[in-house]
Design a binder for this molecule. Sequence first.
Ligand code: SAM
Ligand code: DTB
Ligand code: SF4
Length: 315
Amino acid sequence: MRHDWQLSEVLALFAKPFNDLVFQAQTVHRENFDANEIQVSSLLSIKTGSCSEDCAYCPQSARYDADLHPEALLPVGEVVEAAKRAREQGASRFCMGAAWRQPKDRDIERVVEMVREVKSLGMETCVTLGMLTSEQTERLKEGGLDYYNHNLDTSEDYYSEIITTRTYQDRLDTLQRVREAGINVCCGGIVGMGESDADRAKLLLELANLPKHPESVPINMLVQVQGTPLDGVEALDPIVFVRTIAVARILMPTSRVRLSAGRSDMSDEMQALCFLAGANSIFYGEKLLTTDNPMTSSDRELFHRLGLHTGGSCH
Ligand code: SAM
Ligand code: DTB
Ligand code: SF4
C-alpha cells in the first residue's frame, strides 16, 4: 500500500478524462471489494448543540444562530432503543456523535456504557466526540469500541478559513492516539465549502499519506444550514464530487469510502455514479446528526434498482 503520494500525482488523477478516472477507480475497487456490496451505518446525535467550537459548516456551534434544540448527553437506554431501531432497518454499524470540543472523563464513562450496550446487540460501534486524551482512547478501547470518527475536514491550507478554535495538528494528534489504542480510524472531510481543487487534492493526499490509511473515509458534501457562515456558499459541481470519490478510492484501495452527508440533495443517478467511482458505504437512516438524510425506504429501493446488497462487516 502506498503512503508516499505526491501532490502532482493526485492533481493528475483529478485532471484525467472522467471516463478514464472512473474506470481506474472501479478497477481498483473490484480488486479489493465485492463491487455490488455496500456497508450501511446509522447515526445518532447523543449530545446536540451548544458546542464551543467555531466550525463554519456546523449548525451545532453555539456561535451561530441555526434553528436547533440543544440536548444534553442522552440516557444510555434511549441510545440503545435507537440502535435497535437502526438494526431492524438493516444497519450494521451504529455511530454516535456528540457536539463537544473534547469529552470530560465522566462523559466518557457514559459513552463507554453506550458502546458496551450497542455492541451487545451485535452491531459495530463508532463514536465521534472531538479531541481525546490517551486515557480516553484506552477507556473506549476497553469498552469494545470498533471505530472512532474524527475528520480532517479540509486541507491544512484551507483549514483556518473554516475553524479557528483548534488546529490541524490537534486533529492529527487525536488520530494518532486513536490508532495507538488499536481502534479503527474513520477519517475524511467535507467538500463544497468554497475550497479550491488543490485543497481537495491536499485533503486526500493527507489522508492517503497517514502512516496507515483510515479504515473508513467519509466524504461529506457540505449540508448548507441557515445561520451558519457557510450557508449560501457556491455549490460544488457534482462531477467534481464524483471525481473526489474516485480519487479517494484510488489512493486508499482497501478503505471503505463513504458517500456521507449531502445525499438528500443528490439525484439517484449521481449516487449511482459515486458507487461506480468506488464509494461502498453510506449513512443510512432518516437523520444524519441534526439534518435530514434520505428515507430508508427510498435507499432500499435505490439499492434494489442498482442490485446492491448490504452485508460485509469488514471496515
Ligand atoms: N464535535 C465532534 C467533532 O467535530 O470532532 C464530533 C461531531 S462533528 C458534527 C462530526 C463531523 O460532522 C465534522 O467533523 C464534520 O466533518 C461533519 N459535519 C458537521 N456539519 C456538517 C455539515 N453541515 N455538512 C457536512 N458535514 C458536516
Ligand atoms: C461524518 O463524516 N459525517 C457525519 C459523521 N461523520 C458524524 C456527520 C454529518 C453531519 C451533517 C450535519 C448534521 O446533520 O448535523
Ligand atoms: Fe462542535 Fe463538532 Fe460542530 Fe465543530 S463540528 S462545532 S466541534 S459539533
